[in-house]
Design a protein around this ligand. Sequence first.
Ligand code: ADP
Ligand code: MG
Length: 468
Amino acid sequence: MKLDVNILRYLSKEDFRVLTAVEMGMRNHEIVPSELIHRIASLKHGGTYKVLKNLLKHKLLHHDSSKYDGFRLTYLGYDFLAIKTLVNRGVFVSVGRQIGVGKESDIFEVATEDGTLLAMKLHRLGRVSFRAVKSKRDYLRHRSNYNWLYLSRLAALKEFAFMKALEEHGFPVPSGVDCNRHCVVMSLVQGYPLVQVKQLQNPETVFETIIGLIVRLAEHGLIHCDFNEFNLMIDDDEKITMIDFPQMVSVSHRNAQMYFDRDVECVFKFFRKRFDLSFQEYTVDADGEEVETDESSRLCFSSISKDAGFLDKELAASGFSRKDQEDIEKFIEGDIEENTSDTDEGTADDVCVSVMNERNIEGVDSLQFLDQDERPLDCAEAGELEDGGQHCQAGESSVLDTENTNDEEDESADENDAKLVKSLSKQRKHAISTAHRGRRTTTSRNSYKDKGGKSSYNSKIQKQLCNW
Ligand code: ADP
Ligand code: MG
């Protein structure tokens, strides 16, 4: 799938409104029923149909009519929502060439208004397997697309949180700039992945620096878990920068020792093979015999003092919650249980409609697995997240103009956050009580039923509509 930001040029604010409506609908639907998209987007004169056709043409949505008529976001659609939000926040103004293709990501150069180049990483979980510890092929086979978007969002959030925390502790990592949905913007590392380097001036020094990093990470309570020549960048002065953190775990993880040893072994193996470093040493055993040892065996996980721990506290401060950590760790372990919680569509859908109406596209950063009890709350919380959300366009050189945007609205939306939270919470309570008063259907995500009988509530919502 190619990210052609020029498509942004052709997207109107109605397009983004409908795209956002699908995103919101995906909170509790694998495939969002067309009828629900119409309700959430609530464009005049049945305009949603035309917009859906346009979005489909640009491959921003996928149409599925196997069980009922509906749509889901594609990665491209999700990319555009994130890019648009970041452009509106002023994080960057143009998207340039692709500079990296990771196992589960695409990395692009982006430029800020003053011409500074940054790196934008779009997470794409599900494209290949995640760095699995156990095989989760079965899991992959059964998961649906929207879960991948959700997991990609978590991966981005986690990566950003770790990046910030590591940077603050003086680790050589890219500097985290911003994060939205499945997208992380960070400083552009000057250099090349170590895997591309055939010769080093000081291989021993580089080796020691790298092993030193693994030890320092452990001292700070962390294990990288994918510490290898693909995730280490090196510049002309042989300065190392480590990248790629979504799979990091705490040293208190039950498999910490194994992950640590694996990281260490990767580095030894690479330097042995590529730079012909020899690690054979001789020590004297208890009987006074000289025995050959491998240096890696001297790097003992248990002997590292892990008293500089910062993981939990600092990550939570970056917005990466313990629940997020648990969700993604479960996934990395490959043993996420199928989320079978059926959805009470009436409640969740109505709140989505109302959130959309209240805040429009801003604040929508959805795609979460929602527990039955939590769902309405989370829907309301979506409105508290401060995504931008105005229309932007791309020029031939991928400059993302903000023509057709409404910056004033964006700014005032930010200012009114507190007010918004209050009003959303009121609206949420209202929606919950309305739903509780009405019938409470429990249906699966796949079996959308048209919900009549809510006309009074819906018409009330329709009256509250504000334009995008
Ligand atoms: P994945 O998680 O998919 O492995 P990575 O974060 O490892 O993705 O990035 C893939 C590639 O993109 C890297 O090998 C590197 O070449 C490039 N890359 C990633 N981040 C940056 C950055 N901040 N600056 C420059 N290049 C980067
Ligand atoms: Mg990588």
